[in-house]
Write a protein that binds this ligand. Sequence first.
Ligand code: NAI
Ligand code: MG
Length: 352
Amino acid sequence: MPNDIAVIPGDGIGTEVVDRSLPVAEAAADAAGVSIETADYGWGSERYLAEGAMMPEDGLDRLRDHDAIFLGAVGHPEVPDYVTLGGLRLEITKGFKQHVCERPTHLFEGVTSPLREYAGGEIDFVVYRQNTEGEYADIGGREYGGFDNEVAVQSALFTREGTETIVRAAFEAAADRDGELTNVTKSNAQAHGMVFWDDIVDEVGAEYPGVSVERLLVDAASMDLVRRPEEFDVLVASNLFGDILTDLGAGISGSLGLAPSSNVDPTREHPSMFEPVHGSAFDIAGEGIANPIGAVRSWALLFEHLGEASAASKLRDAVADQLADPDAPRTPDIGGTSGTGAVTADLRERIE
Ligand code: NAI
Ligand code: MG
């Protein structure tokens, strides 16, 4: 049975990196003797502008039976961001209980970090971000619009299921890697949600005596990821903190365009979703210069999740080889002059 993958290119450079990275993923699958089949869903902002919704009402049902989902990005200058994100990406992550967002940060050989002391391989950590609730719960409201007493309330939601799931995934990863976990928290200022969070880390941690836990407040963690990134291995963080820290990770490892991401339901009851960390990037959309490597690395995470480790490592090796090769094409965000298609054509050659 082929692996059956739903592909949602979305908007802006999302469509560009999906169009170009798919043949690379297919080449890796071929080379590894893996068969894949894709179904394309043209959902996104164009659909919203024409029909009033980012995806059809039965969108989740259409996705449910696929083995995995690959998303480009959503976001459009004429549609508010809370509509594009809430009407598609968050529907899927929440609806399919994709509690676990895994975002690796790796400084590749051949890529320059803005942190000048660091060479390839010296920065390598992975952030486990709670993906379905926390500060991004859709709970709150506005009252007294335009008056002096106007108020807005935005509440954060921390459930035992959502918190335990991400914390356990992070401990599992830490146990597989160096046995060190950093718990990113803000329990000095947020005495309800984040103290609950810390309690769950302690509770789950009792089952992992081989993993040592460092607790860091998110402000200190932001500073330390710049000051001593080499000391981090696995970090676990709430939805908002994880969102911010992973862009920071992308920044110190050379470019947002290189960063991959997965949204996983560890129970495997629902399909998991894979996507580059970046958005639709209106500023460069249509120019053909988007870096496709974040998308290619996301395909590697997808194959890994489906148990196709050999296809995943073919993608990872091709990316590492290409970035380390000073003569290989590269996009402007990492100092090159090539376009998206030249980079993916070169990756295909390396794989084939
Ligand atoms: P963005 O990630 O689209 O772009 C931020 C900056 O990084 C821009 O200067 C862009 O040119 C650059 N960049 C991003 N990806 C790149 C790549 N592959 N190659 C080269 N350069 C790249 O974030 P921004 O500008 O804040 O948001 C634009 C839209 O994307 C908004 O509508 C936002 O809501 C949406 N967005 C969607 C996400 C998703 O679908 N998961 C995630 C983040 C933002
Ligand atoms: Mg983000």
